[in-house]
Design a protein around this ligand. Structure first.
Ligand code: NAD
Length: 534
């Protein structure tokens, strides 16, 4: 129920009165985000912004939630400079002390978990439990970073020269630019920020232009902790803006590491730009993930997992299941059960308790969905269910599309329908007879993010995770493609960009490594026995 109230707004000429639903204004007010005044989208110790205005639009209702003043080109440069100054100060703070600051940030985020989760739901459109889960992911990676702050160790290497030792030393790296996608408006930043802060860096965040409120709310929480600890706010800078602000961060020689999460198209540009100035880059790009169902799979587990993988987040996760390879022996049974779930999916307001399917994020995403369905029709794919926008009155103002299962005639993984990531709930299905065939299809697309095999046969498992198995960065067994824990390094291969974030050895990218050879002898021999006696 979307009750509305009139809000007198200070949005300038032509915008003096605005209608904001109670639903939205309650979420915003719990995070102290004004629903009446223009918001500052730049933070570098001070909140400001004099660039163009970005509107945050609720994907479920179409209402304008807020207007945000982005960073002007000169403000991006000023913020970059402030961020570097902050780094120069912060790099001298001992790592365990940095960990303590991160622990306090973790506490502050956890205290706002439900409210921030609701904001993610409101602004991005994913259902509330996933919104809250996303904030939990930030809390988890903070815990991880706190631990790391006492474990970011270098190594002592044996030297071939007497009286010598070699140290491999990790030092803070510098400024880390984080460019994030709309679909994880909190967690992607969290993965980067927690490791970057623990490593002693300052971070400048350029969020998606369509989710500025999440970025502002998170930055407010972090900045309060930094300020309370006497740390410059520009250790966690924010520049809201579009492509130009992103480009400025990417091209700045003062940004040692660019961590980019987004589409393959933009990732290609960003990767080349950073490489051309010899910067470091982490690319987390598109996925085109497959689940393979063997005849011995436990369907009571596999069917709901594929359902969540393909329909969860309305198909807008990089790890969403987009391809389903069914063994011929179980194909009919599997599809029949899956279709039943699809047809009864609870669609609606992502903030409502029972909703499982929220909207797509934007109107243009609906168009892309429509074009993809049209393309499937033109190649005579069997659309088993879905394929339309919802016509219900209460959904018309939002970007709601039916989750779709299609059985294309062609099983050639090189065809567009199989090889392109469509960021919408469309699941393409093909039937196979041998596991080798399914693995070949799994690997034949450009992307290599997530993959999942359902089987109880250990021989299949060995094949799947071995050299001739899945070539993706995430290779699951009896676990769906979608979602991951923070403990393992997260990322994909091939056109997904080869990036790794979060757990594992990912932290090693956020530090500057040096090899330091120390001579504490009375001679100065050369390595490899080289003689150069004058
Ligand atoms: P996008 O590529 O359109 O935008 C990502 C970011 O890049 C935004 O902040 C945008 O403003 C910025 N940008 C755009 N042009 C730029 C340029 N020329 N230079 C610098 N920055 C620029 O992506 P999106 O639509 O927001 O997100 C969806 C995509 O992200 C999907 O492909 C999805 O698979 C991918 N994604 C990947 C992961 C992963 O971990 N692999 C996670 C989440 C999302």
């Amino acid at each position: 129920m979307l009750r509305r109230r009139i809000i007198t707004s200070a949005f300038g000429a032509g915008h003096t009165v605005r209608v904001l639903s109670t639903r939205a204004s309650e979420v915003l007010s719990r995070l102290s985000i004004s629903s009446t005044t223009e918001l500052s989208g730049v933070y570098d110790g001070q909140w400001r912004g004099s660039g163009v205005v970005q509107e945050s639009v609720c994907p479920a209702t179409g209402e304008v939630l807020a207007r945000v003043r982005t960073a002007s080109p000169s403000e991006v440069q000023e913020t970059l400079a402030k961020t570097r100054e902050a780094y120069v100060q912060f790099r001298n703070v001992p790592a365990p002390r940095r960990g303590e600051i991160l622990r306090q940030i973790r506490e502050a985020l956890a205290a706002k978990r439900e409210d921030l989760g609701a904001l993610v739901s409101l602004e991005m459109g994913k259902i509330r439990t996933e919104g809250v889960g996303e904030v939990q992911e930030f809390v988890d990676i903070c815990d991880y970073g706190v631990g790391l702050s006492r474990m970011m160790n270098g190594r002592l290497v044996a030297s071939e020269r007497p009286g010598h030792s070699i140290l491999e030393v990790p030092n803070p790296l510098g400024v880390v630019g984080v460019l994030s996608a709309f679909n994880f408006p909190v967690a992607v930043y969290g993965w980067n920020f927690a490791l970057s802060l623990a490593a002693g860096n300052a971070t400048i965040w350029k969020p998606s232009p369509t989710t500025p409120l999440c970025a502002i709310a998170v930055t407010k929480i972090i900045s309060q902790v930094l300020e309370a600890n006497g740390v410059p706010g520009a250790v966690a800078s924010l520049v809201c803006g579009g492509k130009e602000a992103g480009q400025a961060v990417v091209e700045s020689p003062g940004v040692e590491l660019v961590s980019f999460t987004g589409s393959e198209r933009v990732g290609r540009i960003v990767g080349q730009n950073v490489a051309s100035r010899f910067g470091k880059v982490i690319l987390e790009l598109g996925g085109n993930n497959a689940s393979i169902i063997m005849p011995d799979a436990d369907l009571s587990l596999a069917v709901p997992a594929v359902y969540f993988g393909a329909v969860g987040t309305a198909g807008q996760r990089c790890t969403s299941t987009r391809r389903l390879y069914l063994h011929r022996d179980v194909a009919d049974e599997f599809l029949s059960r899956l279709k039943t779930l699809y047809r009864s999916v609870a669609v609606g307001d992502p903030l409502a308790k029972d909703t499982l399917l929220g909207p797509l994020h934007t109107g243009s995403a609906c168009e892309i969905y429509g074009q993809a369905v049209e393309k499937l029709r033109t190649v005579d794919a069997d659309i088993i269910t879905g394929g339309e926008r919802y016509q219900r009155d209460d959904l018309k103002a939002g970007n709601f599309v039916q989750p779709t299962i299609a059985l294309p005639k062609s099983v050639n993984p090189k065809d567009d329908i199989w090889s392109t990531e469509v960021f919408a709930p469309i699941l393409n299905v093909a039937i196979f007879d041998e596991l080798e065939q399914a693995i070949e299809w799994n690997n034949a697309v450009p992307q290599g993010l997530s993959s999942s095999l359902w089987t109880r046969d250990i021989r299949n498992v060995g094949k799947w995770i071995g050299p001739a198995g899945s070539d993706a960065g995430i290779v699951n067994v009896n676990v769906g493609t979608s979602g991951a824990e923070i403990g393992a390094a997260f990322g994909g291969n091939k056109s997904t960009g080869w990036g790794r974030e979060s757990g594992g050895d990912a932290w090693k990218q956020y530090v500057r490594w040096s090899a330091a050879t120390l001579n504490f002898s009375d001679a100065a021999p050369l390595a490899q026995g080289v003689s150069f006696t004058p």
